[in-house]
Design a protein around this ligand. Structure first.
Ligand code: THU
Length: 132
């Protein structure tokens, strides 16, 4: 697990807006340009509008002009794993599902899993277009 990504995920987790679940999540990913992008979960009173940390990190990367990442660190209290929706969104920006997903606790305990193992049968289409 990239220690810089871990520190970034841990730091952004403090910004999580999770008054309803109390479950704070921080995510940090490295794009192929070498930059780091972060996201935290942002909940909403209309619960279904909640956006997970992983998807907010992907949004930050895309907004900055990158469309591929190689590694992500997700920090939670209990080494939680990305939800199904986030797995599919991560897959969109990881050609061949090659990215490494690190599930970590605040203390740095972690497990590293290839995205291909988290999402063995992604929804696929040749319409996916990452080049600009
Ligand atoms: N959450 C994430 O941020 N990422 C996930 O992959 C799983 C769930 C958030 C959503 C909600 O704010 C809280 O965790 C509890 O479900």
């Amino acid at each position: 697990m990239d220690p810089e990504l871990f520190e970034a995920a841990k730091a952004v987790r403090d910004q999580a807006y999770a008054p309803f679940s109390g479950y704070k999540v921080g995510a940090a990913l490295r794009s192929t340009s070498g930059r780091i992008f972060v996201g935290c979960n942002v909940e909403n009173l209309s619960y279904g509008l909640t956006v997970c940390a992983e998807r907010n990190a992907i949004g930050a990367m895309v907004a900055a002009g990158d469309r591929e990442f190689t590694e992500i660190v997700v920090v939670t209290d209990d080494i939680g794993s990305p939800c199904g929706m986030c797995r599919q969104v991560l897959a969109e920006f990881s050609p061949g599902l090659k990215a490494t997903v690190n599930l970590a606790s605040d203390e740095g305990e972690h497990t590293s899993i290839p995205l291909a193992n988290l999402l063995p049968y992604p929804f696929k289409s040749d319409k996916v277009h990452r080049s600009k």
